[in-house]
Design a protein around this ligand. Sequence first.
Ligand SMILES: [Zn+2]
Ligand SMILES: [Zn+2]
Length: 146
Amino acid sequence: MSIDTSGTWWVGSEPSDIAGFLVAYAPKGYEVHELRFAQCNCGSLAFLLDADDNESVARRTCTSCASEHFICDSGEYWNDAEPERLKCIECGSESTNVGVGFSIYPDRGGIRWLYVGTRCTACGVLGCFAGWKVGTSDSMNLLESV
Ligand SMILES: [Zn+2]
Ligand SMILES: [Zn+2]
């Protein structure tokens, strides 16, 4: 895995580079402790991504089989959202890898914050498309619903 930081945007050579990007992106006090990558039930790692940062929701749609999945707790709030579709800032592609970084309270006492990280499947540009506070103690299961 390698990240090219020489240009305007960080560029990752593979999906796992989202991890390095989010670790650098997350501010002090909200550090990323764990990361999970989104993978469709069909095996695909490429998705369309719709998110509304104000309503704290994101949904991914598989580019191979069109399955939709609400990321973490997004399904509960989706009806109030006005989501926007991710489009690569560099090349305009809508297809992206998705990795979610989690900031976790001490002693694994719940999720403090999460970051929806992306990597353009066409040109490799890395980004964080949405992020929101979770802040509840019973939220560790969100690690398994990326
Ligand atoms: Zn799929
Ligand atoms: Zn791109």
